[in-house]
Design a protein around this ligand. Structure first.
Ligand SMILES: O=C(O)CCC(=O)C(=O)O
Length: 275
C-alpha cells in the first residue's frame, strides 16, 4: 500500500504521486489532460513573448504575408516558430515536459511539430476552433500514449479569451462522443501564463471563442513515438547543421529519416550494428 487514505475502505493500492510531474502523469493517464507550470520567471516569459512576436512576423513575411496565408486558413498559425527565433526551442525542451513525454510515450520521442497558435480577438474564428484530436482522423484507442501535446500558455488562458476546451477521458474512446456528452462534460482549462496544458494527443479538444479585444497566444509542442511522421520534415527544413547535440538531433528527427532505397537501408543497418 502506498500513501495514507482517510475515510475509505477496501483500498490496498494507490497511485504514487510525489511531485508535479507524477501528478500530471496521473491526470493524463486518467483524464487525458493536465496542467503543469513551466517553471519560468517573469524575465523569461517576457523574452518568450517577444520571441513569439518576432517569429510570427518573420514566418508570415517569409510565407508571403496575410494575403497568402488567409486563403489557406494559416494566418493564425506560426509553423515551426523556433526556426524563426531560436529562443522558442526552449519551450520544446522544457525538462518537466520532456520527462512527461518520456515516461508516457517510452524511451524515444520525436518532436512532430511546434506551432504558434493565435486565438484571434473579437469573436473571430480560427483553425483550432473545432473539436479534433491532434492525431486527426484516427478512431482508435492506444493502451499507452503514442503522442503528447504540450500547449504553452504565452498569455493567460481565461474563459473570456477562449481557453482550450477538453472532453475528459475521450482519449480512451474511439468515437467522438454524443452531443449530450459534449454539452455536459466539456471542461474549459483556464491557466496562468507560463503553464503548459498537456494533452494525450487522442483527447478531443478545441479552442474556444475569444471574446476579448486581444489575441490569445500559445505554442503547441507535439511529441510522438518515432513510428509517427512529423508534420513538417524538421531535418529537411532546419538543415543538416542546425545542431550537433545528439539528444536534440534525436528529438528533432534527424535519426528517423526513411531510407529512400535498399542501399540506404543497408547502410543504416551497418551503421547501427557497427555502433
Ligand atoms: O488554441 C487552443 O486553445 C487549442 C489549440 C489546439 O487545439 C491545437 O493546437 O491543437
Amino acid at each position: 500500500m502506498t500513501g495514507h487514505i482517510t475515510q475509505s475502505y477496501g483500498i490496498r493500492e494507490r497511485v504514487p504521486v510525489e511531485n508535479p510531474v507524477d501528478a500530471a502523469i496521473e491526470s493524463l493517464r486518467t483524464l487525458g489532460y493536465a496542467l503543469i507550470d513551466g517553471g519560468y520567471d517573469e524575465t523569461e516569459l517576457a523574452a518568450f513573448s517577444q520571441a513569439f512576436d518576432a517569429a510570427h512576423a518573420a514566418a508570415h513575411a517569409a510565407a508571403g504575408g496575410r494575403e497568402t496565408l488567409e486563403p489557406i486558413d494559416e494566418h493564425n498559425t506560426v509553423r515551426v516558430p523556433f526556426a524563426y527565433d531560436r529562443r522558442l526551442l526552449a519551450l520544446a525542451l522544457n525538462p518537466r515536459i520532456r520527462e512527461i513525454a518520456a515516461r508516457l510515450i517510452g524511451g524515444y520521442q520525436v518532436l512532430s511539430q511546434q506551432n504558434g497558435v493565435i486565438n484571434p480577438p473579437d469573436f473571430q474564428t480560427y483553425n483550432q476552433a473545432a473539436w479534433h484530436r491532434d492525431l486527426p482522423y484516427q478512431h482508435v484507442v492506444f493502451s499507452r500514449p503514442l503522442a503528447i501535446n504540450a500547449l504553452f500558455c504565452l498569455d493567460e488562458f481565461t474563459t473570456d479569451n477562449g481557453a482550450t476546451l477538453v472532453l475528459p477521458a475521450t482519449h480512451k474512446q474511439e468515437e467522438f462522443p454524443s452531443e449530450q456528452f459534449v454539452g455536459r462534460c466539456a471542461i474549459q482549462v483556464t491557466a496562468p501564463r507560463g503553464c503548459y496544458i498537456v494533452l494525450d494527443s487522442m483527447i478531443f479538444h478545441t479552442g474556444a471563442t475569444n471574446r476579448t479585444p486581444v489575441p490569445r497566444r500559445a505554442v503547441n509542442n507535439v511529441y510522438v513515438s518515432p513510428i509517427l511522421r512529423q508534420q513538417i520534415d524538421l531535418p529537411a527544413f532546419l538543415g543538416e547543421h542546425f545542431t550537433d547535440d545528439p539528444d536534440l538531433r534525436r528529438l528533432l528527427g534527424y535519426e528517423v529519416a526513411t531510407p529512400r532505397s535498399d542501399a540506404e537501408y543497408f547502410a543504416e543497418r551497418r551503421r547501427k550494428l557497427q555502433g
